[in-house]
Design a protein around this ligand. Structure first.
Ligand SMILES: CC(C)=CCC/C(C)=C/CC/C(C)=C/COP(=O)(O)OP(=O)(O)O
Length: 448
């Protein structure tokens, strides 16, 4: 049914809003709905306000009597049936694009990719000598899916707050491009699929960490943002879990060495989010969030907290070196970049201007990729803790003479102890002889 004139004038407003808004694609999105609207009714999943949003359509009216007014209304069902196939295909493509874009934005895809990078780095660090590429891909895919789910749920819960903030008001939910049930369906399916993938292709520890992190982010951190400034610290824990997840997926355990990257992420997030919350104070206040910077008019405490957490980053390079995770070069590199971010934070502490806060924010943006790539580049692949105790990695153990003399069980235990105490490089033959048969006793190729 074509809309009456009252609706048409409303739609005209929408049309002018759409054309002046940052999102000209609304026309396309609206037309895309027509293929799922055989009765001229826009997607029933949409709330009334969202349905109204989609009333404007750029699809040329199939009815000759409709004139320019009809271009703003729904497509009629009968004429829809006669649309050429190419038009329907085009609409299908537009629909896919529309939802693809909504899913991308709901997932905060760039943030999720950063999360995947941290998880992937954790996986490589926890892998020891041989990185299982398939395992790495599964872990990254699973992390991406669970992170996308967590971010989508975060937006579902914050729809009203996001609508009040400049930074977030054009997100899919507040801008009405997708309905809440649809977003929830997307979030739950991708969350379950990601957790299942991690459980089946990595291990239950990794899957459990991912699922708990989703709960921590969506159901603890998200509501806490409106309750107490401590939210930033809880958020820092959320950001620190993915590298641990990666390490656990590769090594099957959580060990002390595996905590270095999570610690870096935890401390790094504090100056990062302090700078962001300081720069967007007004926006956060409008959104109804209780950020630390809002109760600190002078910004002095915000800057002090940021600076203090930068200082906590300083020993991490040395710890990585001392614990055998990375070479001495990493220790040097890490110290240099940590001093740089600390200097930016100190400069913000001394002179609390927007410019200094922005500089600290940019320093934090640089810090993380440099730290992670340095850690990867200078990692020591015979790092003891990622080899020990993981039954899947028993083939990674070096052979040594006294191990072949006792029972098989004692033998294995001894080797684990040996590797933990004295990491060594193995002769290449160790791989060749047992790689396809990890359940067989390790052959001895040492002269007896
Ligand atoms: C495996 C798994 C579940 C990983 C999840 C990792 C994750 C989502 C990390 C984000 C950490 C964080 C505090 C982001 C800010 O959210 P915000 O709500 O303050 O951002 P916003 O204001 O832009 O919405």
């Amino acid at each position: 049914m074509w809309r009456n004139s009252a609706t048409v004038s409303f739609s005209s407003k929408l049309l002018s809003y759409s054309s002046s808004s940052a999102n000209p694609n609304y026309f396309h999105y609206a037309s895309a709905f027509s293929i799922f609207s055989p009765n001229g009714v826009v997607d029933q999943a949409l709330s009334p306000s969202h349905q109204r949003f989609y009333c404007s359509s750029a699809v040329p009216s199939p009815s000759p009597s409709s004139g320019s007014v009809i271009k703003l209304g729904f497509l009629a069902n009968k004429s829809d049936a006669y649309l050429p196939l190419s038009l329907k295909a085009r609409d299908a493509v537009q629909l896919a694009r529309h939802y693809g874009r909504c899913y991308w934005e709901l997932s905060k895809a760039r943030l999720s990719m950063l999360v995947v990078a941290t998880s992937g780095t954790g996986y490589v660090l926890g892998s020891g000598n041989a990185v299982d590429l398939a395992g790495l891909c599964y872990t990254c895919a699973g992390t991406m899916m669970v992170a996308a789910s967590a971010n989508s749920l975060n937006q579902v819960f914050e729809i009203n707050n996001d609508a009040k903030m400049k930074r977030t008001r054009l997100r899919p939910l507040p801008s009405g491009r997708i309905a809440i049930p649809h977003a929830v369906t997307w979030a739950s399916s991708v969350g379950f699929a990601g957790t299942a993938l991690l459980a089946c292709k990595a291990n239950m520890l990794a899957a459990g960490l991912a699922a708990s992190n989703l709960v921590l982010y969506a159901f603890v951190y998200t509501p806490l943002k409106q309750v107490h400034p401590v939210n930033t610290w809880v958020g820092a824990v959320v950001g620190a879990i993915p590298p641990l997840l990666g390490w656990a997926a590769a090594s099957g355990q959580i060990s002390l060495n595996g905590l270095i990257l999570p610690a870096a992420l935890y401390f790094w997030q504090i100056p990062h989010f302090m700078a962001l919350a300081y720069l967007c104070r007004d926006d956060y206040a409008a959104g109804g969030y209780r950020m630390f910077s809002l109760a600190d008019a002078s910004g002095r405490r915000t800057a002090a907290v940021a600076f203090r957490n930068c200082l906590y980053l300083i020993p991490l390079g040395f710890i990585a070196y001392d614990w055998g995770v990375a070479s001495g070069w990493f220790c040097v590199e890490s110290s240099v970049i940590t001093l740089a971010i600390s200097a930016a934070a100190f400069s913000f502490y001394r002179d609390r201007t927007t410019q200094k806060a922005r500089r600290m924010f940019h320093a934090s943006l640089l810090y993380l990729p440099v730290f992670m790539s340095g850690l990867l580049f200078h990692r020591l692949s015979d790092n003891p803790q990622c080899l020990a105790e993981n039954p899947n990695r028993i083939i990674e153990l070096p052979s040594f003479p006294e191990a072949v003399t006792e029972s098989e069980e004692d033998d294995q235990k001894k080797k684990v102890r040996y590797v933990t105490a004295v990491p060594q490089r193995r002769a290449p033959v160790a791989y060749a002889s047992i790689a396809p048969f990890p359940f067989l006793p390790v052959p001895s190729y040492v002269d007896q």
